[in-house]
Ligand binder design. Sequence first.
Ligand code: GLY
Length: 352
Amino acid sequence: MKEIFIDLKERSYKIQIDRGILFEIGKKLQEIGNYNKVVIITDKNVGSFYLKDLEETLLKENYLVYSVEIEAGEKSKNLNEAEKIYNKLIEFKITRGDLIITLGGGVVGDLGGFVASTFLRGIDFIQVPTSLLSQIDSSIGGKVAVDLASGKNMVGSFYQPKAVFIDPNLLNTLPTLYLHDGLGEAIKCSCIRDKNLFELFEKIKDDKEILERSEDIIEACCMVKKKVVENDEFDKGERMILNFGHTIGHSIEKNYHYETYTHGQCVSIGMCKITKASEKLGITEEGSFEKIKKVLEKFSLPTDDVLDKKIILDGISTDKKNFGTKINLIVLNKIGDGKILKIDSSDLEKYI
Ligand code: GLY
């Protein structure tokens, strides 16, 4: 088993990564708190594979177990769905001494975490991420949120889980598209902070090998996230480094109404566009763009798109993160070494 301690003072917790850990969660809960009732929040897809297993490990340790299954997909990540879950929690007579476990990908983790952070002004929760994207990114660091019609993640907070249990075996049922989606973010982690991980991606031949090496990949990405989150829990400085590829990526994602590409695919295009430009501007070590492109292509991730530059620029300037005259762009000095570059919005064009 691999264990990573996220050191955030009284909000600290452990990430435990192990094949088959899903079946041990009942036993492990005793180390975390003295809970009586446990509510599992999951979606119907993930639930059909793993809900019974999680319920059984908890029942074996005599917890009172309740489950809420939402529809899978981003359309569930809203205040209406949150309210439905609050009403379920009231029906189950959940108190502040009880526990929520989120079993699923980013949507379930963000929505379930948001509910945990607000119900009765906050009850404990644990993340059991099931997609690669959530195992390496969204389940760690305490960002919880729901979407509004006006934009993604517009309402939320920083609310750390009490533990994160990652079972790499759960990736065996993840559709290839979403394995690659997660790899977009994993490759991003390697580009900004971990050259060795990037070299591992260069060596790995195919998805089969990714699944075989998934424990190492997840651990390496979680280590990147640990360091960044510990230095900047509330996303006011260094945490922005995690947005490599995201400024352009978000704009593309939004322009296609979140339908044409997955998030990881847009990050992939974003990383390529910005690195190609920053290399030309002499900021990034020569040859980085080609190396990144090659690795992304191996995992069927797109590296370019036909959208007009002007449309991408408009999308960036209407993003809530970029209001104002200055924009924080993430660029690489070289692979494994990213930095935040503050530029004037008027110069943005040069970086796309
Ligand atoms: N997913 C980016 C962050 O946690 O800040």
